[in-house]
Design a protein around this ligand. Sequence first.
Ligand code: GRF
Length: 188
Amino acid sequence: KNIAIFASGSGSNARKIMEYFAERNDVSVQIVISNRADAGVLKIAENFGVDSIVVQRRTFYESEDVLSVLNKYEISLIVLAGFLWLVPPYLVEAYQGRIVNIHPALLPKYGGKGMHGIHVHEAVKKANEKESGITIHFVNDHYDEGQIIFQARCQLSPSDAPEDIARKVLQLEHKHYPEIIDQLLHRF
Ligand code: GRF
Protein backbone atom coordinates (compact mmCIF):
# COMPACT_ATOMS: atom_id res chain seq x y z
CA LYS A 1 0.00 0.00 0.00
CA ASN A 2 1.47 3.37 -1.02
CA ILE A 3 1.03 6.66 0.87
CA ALA A 4 1.44 10.23 -0.36
CA ILE A 5 2.01 12.86 2.33
CA PHE A 6 0.96 16.47 1.65
CA ALA A 7 2.66 18.96 3.98
CA SER A 8 3.46 22.67 4.10
CA GLY A 9 5.55 23.00 7.22
CA SER A 10 8.27 21.55 9.41
CA GLY A 11 7.00 18.04 8.78
CA SER A 12 7.26 16.59 12.29
CA ASN A 13 4.13 14.52 11.61
CA ALA A 14 5.49 13.44 8.24
CA ARG A 15 8.72 12.34 9.91
CA LYS A 16 6.86 10.26 12.49
CA ILE A 17 4.87 8.58 9.71
CA MET A 18 7.99 7.85 7.64
CA GLU A 19 9.75 6.46 10.73
CA TYR A 20 6.74 4.30 11.61
CA PHE A 21 6.55 2.67 8.18
CA ALA A 22 10.30 2.65 7.41
CA GLU A 23 10.80 -1.06 8.16
CA ARG A 24 7.45 -2.24 6.78
CA ASN A 25 7.32 -3.97 3.40
CA ASP A 26 3.51 -3.84 3.08
CA VAL A 27 3.19 -0.07 3.43
CA SER A 28 5.46 2.64 2.12
CA VAL A 29 5.53 6.44 1.94
CA GLN A 30 6.13 6.96 -1.77
CA ILE A 31 6.04 10.72 -2.16
CA VAL A 32 5.85 13.99 -0.26
CA ILE A 33 3.99 16.85 -1.92
CA SER A 34 4.40 20.39 -0.66
CA ASN A 35 3.20 23.84 -1.66
CA ARG A 36 6.29 25.46 -0.15
CA ALA A 37 9.78 25.12 -1.66
CA ASP A 38 11.24 26.03 1.76
CA ALA A 39 9.18 23.54 3.77
CA GLY A 40 11.24 21.53 6.26
CA VAL A 41 9.33 18.43 5.24
CA LEU A 42 11.23 18.33 1.91
CA LYS A 43 14.54 17.86 3.71
CA ILE A 44 13.02 15.13 5.85
CA ALA A 45 11.76 13.35 2.72
CA GLU A 46 15.26 13.54 1.26
CA ASN A 47 16.72 12.06 4.46
CA PHE A 48 14.31 9.14 4.15
CA GLY A 49 15.01 8.72 0.43
CA VAL A 50 11.40 9.64 -0.37
CA ASP A 51 10.62 11.52 -3.58
CA SER A 52 9.08 14.96 -3.25
CA ILE A 53 7.56 17.63 -5.45
CA VAL A 54 6.57 21.25 -4.89
CA VAL A 55 3.28 22.29 -6.50
CA GLN A 56 2.30 25.77 -7.64
CA ARG A 57 -1.22 27.00 -6.91
CA ARG A 58 -2.19 27.08 -10.61
CA THR A 59 -0.99 23.54 -11.25
CA PHE A 60 -2.70 22.25 -8.13
CA TYR A 61 -6.09 23.85 -8.84
CA GLU A 62 -6.17 24.17 -12.61
CA SER A 63 -4.59 20.96 -13.82
CA GLU A 64 -4.75 17.32 -12.87
CA ASP A 65 -0.96 16.92 -12.95
CA VAL A 66 -0.94 15.98 -9.25
CA LEU A 67 -3.51 13.27 -9.92
CA SER A 68 -1.29 11.74 -12.61
CA VAL A 69 1.69 11.83 -10.20
CA LEU A 70 -0.41 10.01 -7.58
CA ASN A 71 -1.48 7.44 -10.16
CA LYS A 72 2.14 6.92 -11.22
CA TYR A 73 3.07 6.07 -7.63
CA GLU A 74 -0.09 3.94 -7.26
CA ILE A 75 -1.07 5.87 -4.13
CA SER A 76 -3.73 4.22 -1.93
CA LEU A 77 -4.00 6.91 0.74
CA ILE A 78 -3.34 10.65 0.78
CA VAL A 79 -2.23 11.88 4.21
CA LEU A 80 -2.41 15.60 4.93
CA ALA A 81 0.10 16.52 7.64
CA GLY A 82 0.04 20.27 8.11
CA PHE A 83 -1.05 20.98 4.55
CA LEU A 84 -2.54 24.46 4.46
CA TRP A 85 -4.29 24.50 1.11
CA LEU A 86 -7.85 23.27 0.51
CA VAL A 87 -7.80 20.03 -1.46
CA PRO A 88 -9.34 20.69 -4.90
CA PRO A 89 -12.57 18.91 -5.87
CA TYR A 90 -10.92 16.74 -8.56
CA LEU A 91 -8.67 15.21 -5.90
CA VAL A 92 -11.43 14.81 -3.29
CA GLU A 93 -13.48 13.09 -5.99
CA ALA A 94 -10.71 10.79 -7.23
CA TYR A 95 -9.69 9.85 -3.68
CA GLN A 96 -13.12 9.79 -2.04
CA GLY A 97 -12.72 8.28 1.45
CA ARG A 98 -8.96 7.96 0.95
CA ILE A 99 -7.72 11.39 2.03
CA VAL A 100 -7.16 11.97 5.75
CA ASN A 101 -6.17 15.04 7.72
CA ILE A 102 -5.12 15.73 11.28
CA HIS A 103 -6.37 18.84 13.01
CA PRO A 104 -4.80 20.02 16.29
CA ALA A 105 -8.12 20.50 18.12
CA LEU A 106 -11.37 18.70 18.96
CA LEU A 107 -13.51 19.39 15.86
CA PRO A 108 -16.11 20.61 15.16
CA LYS A 109 -14.89 23.36 17.48
CA TYR A 110 -11.78 25.38 16.55
CA GLY A 111 -11.76 24.35 12.90
CA GLY A 112 -12.15 25.96 9.51
CA LYS A 113 -10.14 28.28 7.31
CA GLY A 114 -7.37 30.09 9.13
CA MET A 115 -7.63 27.85 12.19
CA HIS A 116 -4.16 26.31 12.01
CA GLY A 117 -0.92 26.38 13.95
CA ILE A 118 -0.75 28.49 17.10
CA HIS A 119 -4.02 30.30 16.26
CA VAL A 120 -5.95 27.16 17.20
CA HIS A 121 -4.32 26.95 20.61
CA GLU A 122 -4.76 30.69 21.24
CA ALA A 123 -8.50 30.28 20.63
CA VAL A 124 -8.65 27.24 22.95
CA LYS A 125 -6.76 29.21 25.62
CA LYS A 126 -9.01 32.24 25.23
CA ALA A 127 -12.06 30.03 25.74
CA ASN A 128 -10.59 28.64 28.98
CA GLU A 129 -11.10 25.09 27.74
CA LYS A 130 -10.26 22.37 30.29
CA GLU A 131 -9.10 20.03 27.52
CA SER A 132 -7.95 20.02 23.92
CA GLY A 133 -6.76 17.30 21.59
CA ILE A 134 -6.57 16.05 18.01
CA THR A 135 -9.05 15.11 15.33
CA ILE A 136 -8.23 12.78 12.45
CA HIS A 137 -10.89 13.00 9.75
CA PHE A 138 -11.62 12.22 6.12
CA VAL A 139 -11.19 15.20 3.82
CA ASN A 140 -13.99 16.68 1.74
CA ASP A 141 -14.41 19.96 -0.16
CA HIS A 142 -14.51 22.09 3.00
CA TYR A 143 -11.81 22.76 5.57
CA ASP A 144 -12.00 20.40 8.58
CA GLU A 145 -15.54 19.16 7.90
CA GLY A 146 -15.08 15.56 6.76
CA GLN A 147 -16.27 12.52 8.73
CA ILE A 148 -14.35 12.17 11.97
CA ILE A 149 -12.26 8.98 12.25
CA PHE A 150 -10.53 9.43 15.62
CA GLN A 151 -10.10 11.93 18.45
CA ALA A 152 -7.76 11.97 21.46
CA ARG A 153 -7.82 14.42 24.36
CA CYS A 154 -5.30 16.08 26.66
CA GLN A 155 -6.04 17.90 29.90
CA LEU A 156 -5.16 21.59 30.14
CA SER A 157 -4.27 23.61 33.21
CA PRO A 158 -5.05 27.33 33.62
CA SER A 159 -1.32 28.06 33.63
CA ASP A 160 -0.91 26.55 30.14
CA ALA A 161 0.08 29.08 27.50
CA PRO A 162 -0.90 28.42 23.84
CA GLU A 163 2.64 27.04 23.29
CA ASP A 164 2.11 24.53 26.10
CA ILE A 165 -1.18 23.44 24.57
CA ALA A 166 0.54 23.10 21.18
CA ARG A 167 3.19 20.86 22.72
CA LYS A 168 0.64 18.60 24.43
CA VAL A 169 -1.41 18.34 21.24
CA LEU A 170 1.60 17.67 19.00
CA GLN A 171 2.56 14.75 21.25
CA LEU A 172 -0.90 13.27 20.63
CA GLU A 173 -0.52 13.81 16.88
CA HIS A 174 2.82 11.99 16.78
CA LYS A 175 1.50 9.15 18.90
CA HIS A 176 -1.77 8.48 17.08
CA TYR A 177 -1.52 9.56 13.43
CA PRO A 178 0.76 6.71 12.25
CA GLU A 179 -1.38 4.10 14.08
CA ILE A 180 -4.67 5.40 12.63
CA ILE A 181 -3.14 5.50 9.12
CA ASP A 182 -1.99 1.89 9.58
CA GLN A 183 -5.50 0.82 10.65
CA LEU A 184 -7.10 2.65 7.70
CA LEU A 185 -4.78 1.00 5.18
CA HIS A 186 -5.95 -2.41 6.35
CA ARG A 187 -9.48 -1.41 5.34
CA PHE A 188 -8.52 -0.89 1.69
C1 GRF B 1 0.23 20.18 13.15
O1 GRF B 1 -0.12 21.04 14.19
C2 GRF B 1 -1.00 19.55 12.60
O2 GRF B 1 -2.00 19.34 13.55
C3 GRF B 1 -1.48 20.57 11.63
O3 GRF B 1 -0.33 21.16 11.08
C4 GRF B 1 0.76 20.94 11.96
C5 GRF B 1 1.78 20.14 11.25
O4 GRF B 1 2.95 20.20 11.96
N1 GRF B 1 -2.27 19.93 10.61
P1 GRF B 1 4.24 19.47 11.33
O5 GRF B 1 4.60 20.22 10.08
O6 GRF B 1 3.84 18.05 11.08
O7 GRF B 1 5.26 19.59 12.44
